[in-house]
Write a protein that binds this ligand. Sequence first.
Ligand code: ADP
Length: 168
Amino acid sequence: MKKGDKGLKVAVYPGSFDPVTLGHLDIIHRASGIFDKLVVAVLVNSSKNPLFSLEERIDLLREVTQDLPNVEIDGFQDLLIHYMQSKQANVIVRALRSVSDYEYELQLASLNRQIGAGVETLFMTSNPKYSYLSSSIVKEIARYHGPVQDLVPAPVERELHIKYRRKG
Ligand code: ADP
């Protein structure tokens, strides 16, 4: 945050959230306690082939963050730094689960700071309970009807069952 900035401190937590896991939710809870407002920004992401549509990912995030009044859920397709300007946000929240996350995240953060004129990235270390967890691992387990109740919020577990029952 630049010196002399007035008004609300708004941060953006961007990601695919396909679907939101307990690891993501832990970061959302902790980050919402730091900023006046946290925008969880769901990437449209044309390069990946998501299991959940943008609307489904947004609806699930809204359902599981109902208890957090300063959290807004939104979708975006723009360059992240342009999106940040439209939200009057200048902090990006990202999480680090392991050393292997670091290299890619460092590249992203450095680029965003350079092209985003002062946009800072705040890294939060993931809760060790969830540091092994990713949306792709959850989908892999659910595809084979394995137990996911300790990995995702209940509404996500419900939707995963529906997806894989229909597809199966
Ligand atoms: P992306 O495709 O941008 O990596 P993800 O939805 O996988 O989108 O992740 C979004 C953010 O959430 C990233 O900063 C990622 O490091 C973080 N994240 C992913 N899984 C976890 C987890 N288990 N615990 C904490 N943070 C996580």
